[in-house]
Design a binder for this molecule. Structure first.
Ligand code: PLA
Length: 456
């Protein structure tokens, strides 16, 4: 191996190890180097081989994930009144997980298709799925697609697509700093740090107004180095539920293009925010319409209810088809040693639905039904708090967009609600509106009312 490549690999491996230690132990990166060498090297004692002492004896217990750990705690609670409002997963009025009717139909078609096989997919995934996914986010009339300048690869849902995009940028893009909103989905900083990018924050949310800190956002992006990558939530910002207006998006676009900042969209909720797939893709399409370059990670977890199928896509919009072809060839080099090629089942379900106009229309109806139920939960929770005379202004419950309400409750109030009312939510005060139902709204309102009254 070429020496420079070898030393690059060694130093990037060291960097990742130190960052990983930071994330898993909660200690600062420098602490990792304070762990005695003996703790890191394999023990030579005979006891390690079948005896009492483990070669992993020095491993520290890692903290639970701040979102998925809430479900772990919820599952352990025997209370019959418990409610899980932690992870963003859609539930019916009866509190049950939902498999869309259209997904059942697509699966039936796949099962009955005699030519359906389980061969490996290409490294980039199911070609038909990739084309349809690009059309879904950029629009069927998108010039970028027509001109063949979009490189799309199938990914392991939104998370995997972000990670592949992050690693591609760390390897091939000249500015290795990514700006992410403050606050953002808790996995973003970890995904991008472990991809090899330097993560910085831009101001996004103003707790005083419970709205967008637009001034802070513009100021922070203005002072970012030229070429810096900027992570943007395409719609239904997680956890705040606060999105820029179309006019604000236009200003963000102008600023970013004038400074040569590279947009990386995370689209995990297309159709879930407004109930319309096109409306929720407007921000992304605005950036593609100006002819500039961008990345977009898509997830079908929420909008098709395919959470556990892990189906998503990464698209990189380029200036020319020639560049897009070379970008795709490099994406393959990122994917092949990571997981070789993606799973076939979820992508086949999505492709079956997207290519058939009848199934597609049926999907949009079911999607709208889910979005509407979430919106009606906002109204019900707001009314329930008003009825109780709960102190404070709760109008943000109605104003915020998408799956989550960022309540403004602090971590002590959240802990109180979990202990006394068996309501499970993330400690930042975020609740998943999709986990609520008419039956559980009064219980949640009682809990919020008590928490606000008793704890500051
Ligand atoms: N991006 C954002 C903004 C998200 O909120 C999530 C999921 C993803 C990407 C990744 O989803 P996927 O890999 O499953 O497609 N956020 C959830 C779940 C819904 C989670 O944390 O994994 C959440 O509760 O925040």
């Amino acid at each position: 191996m070429d020496d420079t490549i070898a030393s690059h690999l060694a130093s990037s491996a060291e960097r990742r190890l130190s960052t990983l230690s930071h994330h898993l132990t909660g200690h600062s990166a420098s602490m990792a180097s304070e762990i005695p060498n003996s703790a890191l090297s394999p023990s030579a004692t005979a006891g390690s081989y079948g005896g009492a002492s483990s070669v992993f004896a020095n491993i520290l217990q890692a903290p639970d994930d701040s979102i998925l750990g809430v479900t772990v705690a919820y599952n352990k609670d025997p209370s019959p009144v418990k409610v899980n409002l932690g992870v963003g997963a859609y539930r019916t009025e009866e509190g049950k997980p939902l498999v869309l009717n259209v997904v059942r139909k697509a699966e039936q078609l796949l099962v009955n298709n005699p030519s359906g096989v389980k061969e490996y997919l290409p490294i980039t995934g199911l070609a038909e799925f990739n084309k349809l996914s690009a059309k879904l986010i950029f629009g069927s009339e998108s010039p970028a697609i027509r001109e063949n300048r979009v490189a799309t690869v199938q990914g392991l849902s939104g998370t995997g697509s972000l990670r592949v995009g992050g690693e591609f940028l760390a390897k091939h893009y000249f500015e290795r700093t990514i700006y992410i909103p403050q606050p953002t989905w808790g996995n973003h900083p970890k995904i991008f740090t472990l991809s090899g990018l330097a993560v910085k924050y831009y101001r996004y949310y103003d707790p005083a107004t419970r709205g967008l800190n637009f001034h802070g956002l513009l100021e922070d992006l203005s002072s970012a180095p030229p070429g810096a990558i900027v992570l943007l939530h395409a719609c239904a910002h997680n956890p705040t539920g606060v999105d820029p207006t179309l006019e604000q998006w236009e200003q963000i676009r102008q600023l970013m293009r004038s400074k040569g900042l590279l947009p990386f969209f995370d689209s995990a909720y297309q159709g879930f925010a407004s109930g319309s797939l096109d409306v929720d893709a407007q921000s992304v399409r605005m950036f593609v319409a100006d002819g500039g370059e961008c990345l977009a990670a898509q997830s079908y977890a929420k909008n098709m209810g395919l959470y556990g199928e892990r189906v998503g896509a990464l698209s990189i919009v380029c200036k020319s088809s020639d560049v897009a072809g070379r970008v795709e060839s490099q994406l393959k080099l990122v994917i092949r040693p990571m997981y070789s090629n993606p799973p076939i089942h979820g992508a086949s379900i999505v492709a079956t639905i997207l290519k058939n106009s009848e199934l597609y229309n049926e999907w949009t109806v079911e999607l709208k039904m889910m979005a509407d139920r979430i919106i009606s939960m906002r109204r019900q929770l707001f009314d329930a708090l008003s009825k109780r005379g709960t102190p404070g202004d709760w109008s943000h419950i109605l104003k915020q967009i998408g799956m989550f309400t960022f309540t403004g409750l602090n971590s002590d109030q959240v802990a109180f609600m979990t202990k006394e009312f068996h309501i499970y939510m993330t400690s930042d005060g975020r609740i998943s509106m999709a986990g609520l139902s008419s039956r559980t709204v009064p219980h949640l309102a009682d809990a919020i009312h008590a928490a606000v009254a008793r704890i500051n």
